[in-house]
Design a protein around this ligand. Sequence first.
Ligand SMILES: [Zn+2]
Length: 354
Amino acid sequence: MQYFTRLSALALLTAIGLALPAISRAASPVSPHNTANTIRLEPDHPDSFRHFAPELPKMLARVPPLDPDTGLYVGEIEPGLYFVTDHIYQSAFLVTKDGIVVFDAPPSFAERLRPVIEATAPGVPITHLIMSHGHTDHVGGTIVFADLPDLTVIAADKVAQSLASRQHPNILQPTKTFDDSLDLSIGGVPIALKTTNFHAEDQDVMIYLPDQEFLMAIDTITPGEVPFMNFGATTDVGAYFAMFDTVLAYDFKHFLSGHVSVPGTREDVVIARDYAFDVRNRVQQGMAGFQDRFLQAFTLFDFKNGNLAYRQAIESVRDECAAGLIDTWKDELSAVDVWADSHCEYTVLYYVMH
Ligand SMILES: [Zn+2]
């Protein structure tokens, strides 16, 4: 009963308002923002897809054109270093005097990637394949290189262990592994590999080419856009936030993050860091009153449904966070109204536990 004495009439009204978001939203003719909790196809629904903002023109202006024959864009970002995208995934390859190094082979375009490489550097053998991490959507096309008997397939130790246990039919097994770091020189080009953890359940690898000022850290950011759901579906939100210091400690101007069409820059990483830290700050502010939010809802529910009250408390922090993010970032990053709620909710869960 002590809970009732803690609730003022105003707080109760607030709790009622918080508890009835669906009703209040349905009564509103047009939502100022759809925070993307649900996306309805009905054009007149308050959560209709029509209430999402279009992609920002300044992001679209950066999208490189696809070759109509291959459905790929292949750009030489530094002499001998090529960036490849199908507008959904990204990879890269490096042509050296001794052979070609391929960085990841997404299944969405791996079959087209190999002829593109061979057409770009006729007669140069493909000697190395370096895996950023073990997720199928980035290395699930490596099977297209299975006929190269001398190919060195490089991955982090834990990734190799995961791949050995998975035995995915379209992913080559690594032939050379490393624990902490591996410094290579292929055809005279230095390549520095460093293991870290910001995304995958086992290990991630930073791939750095200092001479080209090129850094590849897959599933980190999406240049011009907010990150994909749950910060690129990271397995560890805290490690994701910490990743920005690790990335920005490198001296680079080209950044390859693995997704969508736009090649990244150092400035893209800085903007993505500021966005991620904004999410973190908003959630931390909301979590300061988390118990009060829970008790308000739990009281309204006559202390009969703790799960529902907990969900309501999570949603209230999430929705405040998402609405603030959309207002702040809608002219800076595309798709903030699509993914902000996931970033907020995932961060709420993190701070429930940390
Ligand atoms: Zn991944």
